[in-house]
Design a protein around this ligand. Structure first.
Ligand code: FE2
Ligand code: FE2
Length: 260
């Protein structure tokens, strides 16, 4: 099975970037992947409509392929902090708070037949691997990240996001444990990474741009973590987990090579 990972599309960042992604995705389609995983989080630029547009565009291009996705910082930032009504496929959503934004994206993806990886892991019995997914959020909520400017009802959103991320992450542990004992390769797909040694992203006030670093210690049964978000290329084994990111930057498409 050939799986293609795509990261940090940032649809809507610029017209040029959008066009680059369309061209690039078409080239990737010609490589005949069996499944596509969009390491979400930064699918859209500054609006939920960008996120949905991104997913629908990928669905249009990879018309015959199973597509999976997960969410991250831009998903929850987008269009939040404003009293905005979003209408997609005849449904109306109020986007006041991260949980509602999450639901809106989730529903729209479902209508596009794009699967939410945290609840639909890929298990290939032939090649013997499992890919689970987890949506993520920042470990830190310091003002520097501007999170509180982007999320309405930040304190509530923060609590829900942390809880959701934690629960999704916890669900991957017994799955990885079970399948590794059967000799499967175990892969965690995420927008954020979980290891503090990937980049020192501390700012002058101590803020951290990565996910909850304490989760890394629970990745005992995980062989690989394919992630996005950093916009920097990374490929390194830390504490026996292989961390991989292509380093896709704004409007500059790249992808992670597949494995079989
Ligand atoms: Fe990004
Ligand atoms: Fe991100």
């Amino acid at each position: 099975m050939k799986v293609l990972f795509i990261t940090d599309i940032h649809w809507g960042y610029s017209d040029k970037g959008n066009q680059r992604w369309i061209k690039y995705a078409k080239e990737l389609k010609a490589k005949h992947p069996d499944a596509i995983i969009i390491l979400g989080g930064d699918n859209g630029s500054n609006d939920v409509r960008h996120e949905i547009k991104c997913l629908s565009k990928m669905r249009e291009i990879f018309s015959d392929n199973p597509i999976y996705y997960l969410m991250g910082n831009h998903s929850y930032w987008n269009a939040s902090g404003r009293s905005e009504i979003f209408v997609e496929n005849s449904k109306t959503y109020t986007l006041d708070g991260a949980q509602k934004i999450h639901q809106a994206i989730y529903d729209c993806a479902k209508l596009l037949n794009i699967k939410y990886l945290p609840e639909s892991p890929i298990i290939d019995h032939e090649s013997k691997f499992i890919i689970t997914g987890v949506s993520g959020w920042y470990e830190s909520t310091q003002f520097y990240t501007n999170d509180c400017n982007h999320i309405n009802n930040w304190s509530e959103s923060d609590e829900w996001l942390r809880k959701n991320c934690y629960e999704e992450f916890q669900k991957t542990i017994p799955l990885h444990e079970t399948y590794r004992s059967k000799g499967y390769k175990t892969v965690l797909a995420s927008h954020f990474h979980f290891h503090g040694d990937i980049f020192d992203w501390k700012t002058s006030n101590g803020s951290w741009f990565g996910a909850n670093r304490s989760y890394a210690q629970f990745m005992t049964y995980t062989d690989e973590n394919w992630f996005g978000h950093t916009h920097r290329s990374f490929n390194k084994v830390l504490d026996k987990v292989h961390y991989i990111n292509t380093g896709t930057d704004y409007a500059k498409p790249s992808h992670l090579e597949s494995f079989t």
